[in-house]
Write a protein that binds this ligand. Structure first.
Ligand code: GMT
Length: 377
């Protein structure tokens, strides 16, 4: 199959999922064409069956805002026509689904049929999409996609709750490569981050408000009072300054390390004893799954799709949003006793195996086949 994938090229989960999906489809022999405005961070361009088409932005004094959606739609038309794609798969509804719809209509006028699939990732529905100024376009594009998928049951429910959507939504969870067993880390490298008797807690995100970085700091402060520990903060974003200030105010600077943006998060996660994800909302929580896939248990909030990934008392613990005392108590419960910690690590790895590539990618391939055969009739 020749598949076009439209995505955000950044560190955000939707871009990571779209890139990894494309990489995997290419390995399976499909021809994959990525379409976006910058080289995706997780994309290895020099691979068989992988192509990248960049949407170049025009700078014209009349445009106070760049007409990205129009440029994207034009690029999609171009790629579909000249690369002879069979199908288009867009990740994140805004503005990818509306650009796909427009491209589909333009091509229809030229007697070219192209179905498109929209995958909903989270904030396109739960935060941005709910904004009434986006609603009519999102509702229309979801209803007019040839197929719609969501990354969790929770996101599917939210979509039906907030939009007048009558289109069937297929849940296809996110996926991961797991390690066969918990990796042995090089003690000398580990000592760069923590003493041998200290536990390592990790948080990875884009440091947006929704991630509740202040809760990460509060939880760590409580844990640190009971257990010798360090916190590694991976990623960057608008809330970083707040986290830095809290570090100083709580006198934690010596124990907190801002690692910054990291392409291969697994390299850092391997050093982790516990992953913190106290988000306000999270449609799935890919970062938590990535942690579990190298045997790191998760202390998280119980919002959105997180309970579909992290299992209470097994791969970690879940608490109400903002209940930092409970999250800290659960973290201590896991970290205090090496035997308990080891059991949680094994469980986290085991749980992540539900979401391996070999189980999830065929679900997308199946959907592609179904959509293609429907669109031919
Ligand atoms: O978490 C973010 O802010 C990034 C966002 C994105 O669209 O890139 O992530 C969303 O999609 C991920 C991949 O499907 C999910 O794992 C995240 O839970 C989801 N984020 C939210 O719902 C806040």
């Amino acid at each position: 199959m020749k598949v076009g994938i439209v995505l955000y090229p950044t560190f955000g989960g939707s871009g990571v999922v779209a890139t990894e999906l494309g990489n995997e489809l290419a390995k399976k022999g499909h021809e994959v064409h990525f379409i976006t405005y910058k080289e995706p961070v997780r994309l290895n361009m020099f691979q068989k069956n992988i192509y990248y088409h960049e949407v170049s932005l025009t700078d014209y004094p009349l445009f106070e805002f760049q007409p990205y959606e129009t440029l994207l739609a034009s690029k999609i038309v171009d790629v579909i026509k000249y690369e002879k794609l069979d199908l288009l798969h867009v990740h994140y509804a805004i503005p990818h689904a509306s650009a796909a719809y427009m491209a589909q209509q333009i091509l229809k006028a030229q007697d070219i049929k192209i179905p498109f699939i929209t995958t909903l990732h989270g904030t396109d529905i739960t935060l941005v999409g709910k904004d009434p100024s986006f609603e009519p376009v999102i509702t229309f594009c979801i209803n007019n996609s040839n197929a719609v998928t969501s990354v969790s049951e929770s996101l599917k429910k939210d979509t039906y709750a907030h939009f007048k959507v009558d289109k069937e939504i297929t849940v296809i969870p996110n996926f991961i490569h797991t390690v066969p067993q918990i990796p042995h880390v090089n003690p000398n490298v580990r000592r760069c981050y923590a003493q041998d008797d200290e536990r390592i807690l990790i948080h990875i995100s884009n440091f947006r408000k929704v991630k509740r970085i202040d809760d990460v700091m509060k939880i760590f402060d409580l844990v640190h009072k009971e257990i010798p520990s360090r916190l590694l903060l991976v990623g960057d974003g608008p809330e970083r300054a707040i986290a830095e200030k809290m570090c100083r105010d709580l006198d934690l600077c010596g124990s907190v390390r801002f690692v910054g943006k990291v392409r291969n998060t697994q390299e850092v996660l391997e050093f982790g004893d516990l992953f913190l994800l106290p988000s306000q909302t999270e449609s799935f929580g890919l970062a938590a799954l990535e942690a579990m896939a190298v045997g790191v248990p998760v202390v998280s909030s119980n919002t959105g799709g997180i309970p579909e990934v992290n299992i209470q008392g097994y791969s970690g613990y879940l608490s109400d949003v903002g209940n930092v005392e409970d999250m800290a108590k659960n973290a201590v419960k896991i970290l205090k006793d090496p035997k308990v910690l080891n059991q949680f690590k094994q469980n986290a790895l085991e749980r992540s195996k539900v979401f391996t590539f070999d189980k999830i990618i065929p679900k997308y391939e199946q959907l592609y086949k179904q959509v293609l055969s429907e669109s031919k009739n």
